[in-house]
Design a binder for this molecule. Sequence first.
Ligand code: 5GP
Length: 214
Amino acid sequence: MNAAALEAPLLIVISAPSGAGKTTLCHRLLKEMPQVHYSVSCTTRPPRAGETDGESYHFMDTVAFERQVAAGAFLEHAVVFGHHYGTLKETVRAGLEQGRDVLMDIDVQGAAQIRDYVRDAPEGDLIKDAFVDIFIAPPSIDELRARLLHRGKDSEEVILRRVATARAELQRMDEYRYLVVNDDLEVSYDALRSIVVAEHHRLRVPREEAAYAR
Ligand code: 5GP
């Protein structure tokens, strides 16, 4: 058996349009799979009620954010709904080096940047070896609109913008290795969990180097 493959940590990158159910699915994964740790992003968006600095996000102003960009501190960063968001390299590396699975909830632009990094990184790079990307989609745009209306968090104008962004994001789902269409939460969670379990069993080193062959 290839114990090394089972023990190697994963970098689980999840993207979804808002209203697809990503937050609920990610929270459940974090609760039920204790080896999975959430990568806390940096953002210039102001905190919402109930959000804690350092837990939900590292909240910072644009000057501080741009300083981190100039220092090359971000693994990826993007502007989403008019605010800057980014993941610090250090957050991801520290998690993976401790042998933990790291869960990133980021948009399609950020996921594409990590994919570029992975493509160009040398064999043996921690992030390259750990990377797995999953897109969570709503069953349809109509269903997405209905969910956004039902949750009552956004104005009509914001909902229109979210739906337009969702259409653009859905166009990019085929850049991802896995797709989960979230119609039924239980079925979708089961799929998400299964992907994580299966990825832990994927042979990531050449077969002749696998532990069982020695
Ligand atoms: P919210 O402000 O509602 O928490 O998040 C808005 C969007 O920003 C979501 O689609 C979320 O996935 C994305 N996002 C959160 N953190 C990051 C990040 O570090 N990088 C990128 N590229 N997107 C992020």
